[in-house]
Write a protein that binds this ligand. Structure first.
Ligand code: UDP
Length: 407
């Protein structure tokens, strides 16, 4: 049995048969994904799950990562923040760093895809190679919330975006007027990955012992995210402190480092300062071990995602898939996943987050029902089989009928 067949248990045989059929139409085409980190963050997470499955379906899917200097990632982090509407000053010198590193990648990277699938702003300038790659099709996949970007920064990127054949966004709110064809495709999670599969009690106990976390001691509230100001970990601590006045609970913050995110250590330091000597707060900086994240999500009583801006928030999908009650900000892709008071709780402020966390800790049966609805919503909409289907349809749509067998 192929691994792909296992997904039949979750989504049904007809969906898997359809994937096999679509993959057949892509025979002979090479898809080359390019992003800026092999590890850390949602993009790497998705590519590491989607690619092996598409390869198994017979689609030649490859993944390469651009090279960057620390200066370059400082600039691209500022671009990222500015796209999220955060004030950011990008000087002439910074644009020069962006252009110089882009030129180096344009010169040196081995680009060979029939379909070039470029993720996020960091590698966006690679489109300059398009004219030298006859018949190649180019997709720009934007994982960022660009609903209210800094105009100058968007204006700079737009010149590149307009040269792509298609631009993919995670939410309709992120659409812009542009020359490239716009496509709406939401991200997804893999229900059988180590991050999402069922775990045995023994597996979870090993993780809890390693980090000395006892979920039985007090109700456990948890946020798992890169240490990034836009994920607002300090705001989570403030919300926890408000909850704590009424419900004796403990808080777990978990984050990792992404090679393309230079701000992690700075924000982690702020978190440690905000935590102070509260023995009920644990703030971990961890290596990427998916079964550990899985454990933290499964043993929590309430999962929080108090982002200020958010592309999609896979962490919300992961938590809902595990049937957990989630309190998350009403930003970016989060409202696609949470319908307020049905599949989780949406919040706008620290006080709002605290109010919902308190409510869920006090009403476990209500919390359980929200989690159950959330799991069903993820099953229907955000599993990787749906994602792969939409990507394959997008690839096929890039060709006129003469290049690819008609559907
Ligand atoms: N993640 C992880 N370890 C951490 C923090 C996050 O493995 O310490 C994972 C998380 O489980 C999710 C991804 O990184 O799969 C984050 O994706 P999301 O869309 O939530 O946010 P992004 O980091 O892309 O902004």
């Amino acid at each position: 049995m192929q691994r792909i067949d296992k997904y039949e248990q979750v989504v049904g045989k007809s969906k898997i048969d359809e994937l096999k059929m679509l993959a057949g139409y892509l025979k002979g085409k090479v898809i080359q994904h390019i992003n800026s980190t092999a590890m850390g963050g949602g993009v790497a997470e998705i590519l590491s799950k989607i690619n092996p499955l598409m390869q198994e379906l017979g689609v030649n899917t490859q993944w390469d990562v651009i090279k960057g200097t620390p200066d370059f990632f400082d600039v691209t982090k500022s671009i990222h923040n500015a796209l999220h509407g955060k004030e950011a000053i990008i000087t002439e010198d910074m644009w020069k760093v962006f252009n110089d590193v882009s030129s180096m990648n344009i010169r040196e990277m081995n680009l060979y895809g029939d379909i070039m699938f470029i993720h996020d702003p960091q590698p966006i300038a690679l489109i300059k190679r398009k004219s030298r790659m006859k018949n190649s099709k180019w997709i720009w996949r934007c994982h960022v919330d660009v609903s209210g970007p800094d105009k100058d920064v968007w204006g700079f990127l737009e010149k590149f975006v307009n040269k792509y054949d298609a631009a993919v966004f995670s939410s309709a709110h992120f659409a812009h007027k542009m020359k490239a064809r716009q496509v709406l495709i939401s991200p997804s999670i893999d229900p059988f990955s180590d991050k999402n599969r069922e775990l045995t009690q023994k597996e979870m106990d090993a993780v809890l012992n390693k980090y000395k976390i006892d979920p039985q001691r007090k109700p456990l509230v948890c946020q798992i995210s890169r240490y990034d100001a836009l994920k607002d970990p300090v705001g989570v601590i403030e919300a926890y402190k408000l909850v704590k006045k009424y419900v004796d609970c403990q808080l777990l913050l978990v984050g990792n480092r992404a090679t393309d995110d230079p701000e992690g250590d700075k924000i982690y330091k702020q978190v440690l300062e905000a935590k102070g000597d509260d023995p009920d707060i644990t703030a971990l900086m961890v290596e990427d071990i998916p079964s550990e994240i899985n454990t933290f999500q499964r043993v929590s009583d309430v999962i929080v995602q108090k982002s200020i801006r958010e592309g999609f928030a896979l962490t919300v999908s992961e938590a809902l898939w595990k049937g957990k009650p989630v309190v998350a900000s009403n930003v970016g892709g989060i409202p696609l996943q949470i319908k307020h008071k049905y599949s989780g709780m949406l919040c706008h402020t620290i006080e709002g987050a605290a109010f919902s966390i308190k409510q869920l800790l006090n009403a476990p049966e209500y919390a359980r029902r929200l989690g159950e609805n959330g799991r069903e919503h993820i099953k229907q909409n955000f599993l990787l089989t749906r994602h792969i289907r939409e990507y394959m349809l997008l690839f096929l749509s890039l060709y006129s009928n003469k290049d690819v067998v008609t559907l």
